[in-house]
Design a protein around this ligand. Structure first.
Ligand code: NAD
Ligand code: TYD
Length: 335
């Protein structure tokens, strides 16, 4: 039976990859992409879907109850809420939009879902809600200790979504994924920033001592995990989704430069991020018990991602010469 899926934030990095994944896998389903097209939203990510009769784009804000209510009234089977302000450094500079979108926007979606029937509401949360994990691996039952405005706004949305399950029996599932990488990621994030800078011989601004650790997850593996949870996840539950590839930023930078055949002298040590979380690490055994495993070949996934940016300058040169230029200047000029 064909389904109607609302994907919010579908013009962003993970949302657009998810829409491509879904259209390839379930061509009979209808997808509605609700996206405000902030600086991070980019319809170039979805060019291949132009003219697809089962894909609809709606430009709108998840905090707008009229727009959201109208979409729910048409009848939806599944909602996947990717829409968010997502960059930690921007949240440190100005948290306002993070609270509005990540917390209030999620509330508006949950309210609409409560008053209209849906079979499954996936709230895309993040590993950052656990805060910095000095050693060991976060489990879904661990306390949340977000340490920057982005992580705190995501933690608020995460628990708000759970409250709609506990209180109203809304069929909510919450995912907490680790750092994603892949095509179509806005070049403010470390992998596309470092790859595109390196391709233009611009220094790579490595924060602090470069020893902060992130767990890298290929975006397609994340999409597969969300698909599995829509099919088989237990309502009201939280699922960690970790790639299992724990790397210091220094090592990650070295891998990028080595693959591109460029010297380490391109690295520029810069002032650290305020409140910079030292380490994120997830225990993903709960979703693995449902049958999910991350891709086994991180090295090739990283290489194919680097290749993608090398081969798709048309995609990122436009961004880097637009909104991003002023942001980069402000963010890095005094570091
Ligand atoms: P992104 O910044 O690339 O995309 C966010 C999208 O949301 C953009 O298209 C933007 O236009 C849209 N948006 C923002 N505010 C909106 C609003 N008020 N109404 C409608 N649309 C709005 O983000 P991403 O990296 O693709 O992340 C997607 C989701 O996954 C987020 O919820 C994020 O917290 C979560 N997540 C990301 C990662 C990661 O490594 N990127 C890891 C774990 C979880
Ligand atoms: P980022 O891609 O912003 O993701 P997150 O903060 O959500 O983990 O950053 C990943 C890591 O890379 C983080 O430890 C900060 C570091 N980083 C740099 O060293 N330099 C940079 O210019 C950026 C953007 C990040």
């Amino acid at each position: 039976m064909s389904r109607k899926i609302l994907v919010t934030g579908g013009a962003g990095f993970i949302g657009s990859n998810f829409i491509h994944y879904w259209v390839d896998r379930y061509p009979e389903d209808t997808i509605i992409n609700l996206d405000k097209l902030t600086y991070a939203g980019n319809l170039d990510n979805l060019k291949a879907l132009e003219g697809n009769p089962r894909y609809y784009f709606v430009k709108g804000d998840i905090s707008d109850s009229e727009v959201v209510g109208g979409l729910f009234q048409k009848g939806l089977n599944v909602v996947v809420n990717f829409a968010a302000e997502t960059h930690v450094d921007r949240s440190i500079g100005d948290p306002d939009d993070f609270i509005r979108t990540d917390v209030y926007g999620t509330y508006v979606l949950l309210e609409a879902a409560r008053h209209n029937e849906v079979e499954c509401f996936i709230q895309i949360s993040t590993d950052e809600v656990y805060g910095s994990v000095e050693d060991g691996f976060s489990r879904e039952t661990d306390p949340l200790m977000p340490r920057n405005p982005y992580a705190a706004s995501k933690a608020g949305a995460d628990r708000l979504a759970y409250s709609y399950f506990a209180t109203y029996d809304l069929p909510v599932i919450i995912t907490r994924a680790s750092n994603n990488f892949g095509p179509y990621q806005y070049p403010e994030k470390v992998i596309p920033l470092f790859v595109t800078n390196a391709l233009d011989s611009i220094p790579l601004p490595l924060y602090g001592d470069g020893l902060n650790i992130r767990d890298w997850l290929f975006v397609d593996d994340h999409c597969r995990a969300v698909d599995l949870l829509i099919q088989r996840g237990e309502k009201g539950e939280v699922y960690n989704i970790g790639g299992g590839n724990l790397l210091t930023n220094q090592d990650l930078t070295g891998q990028i430069l080595k693959y591109l055949g460029l010297p380490e002298t391109l690295v520029r040590r810069v002032r650290d991020r305020e409140g910079h979380d030292r380490r994120y690490a997830l225990d993903s055994s709960k979703i693995k018990k449902l049958g999910w495993t991350p891709g086994a070949d991180y090295d090739n996934e990283l290489k194919s991602t680097i290749d993608w940016y090398r081969d798709n300058r048309w995609w990122w040169e436009k961004i880097k010469s637009g909104e991003f230029k002023a942001y980069y200047q402000k963010q890095y000029s005094n570091r």
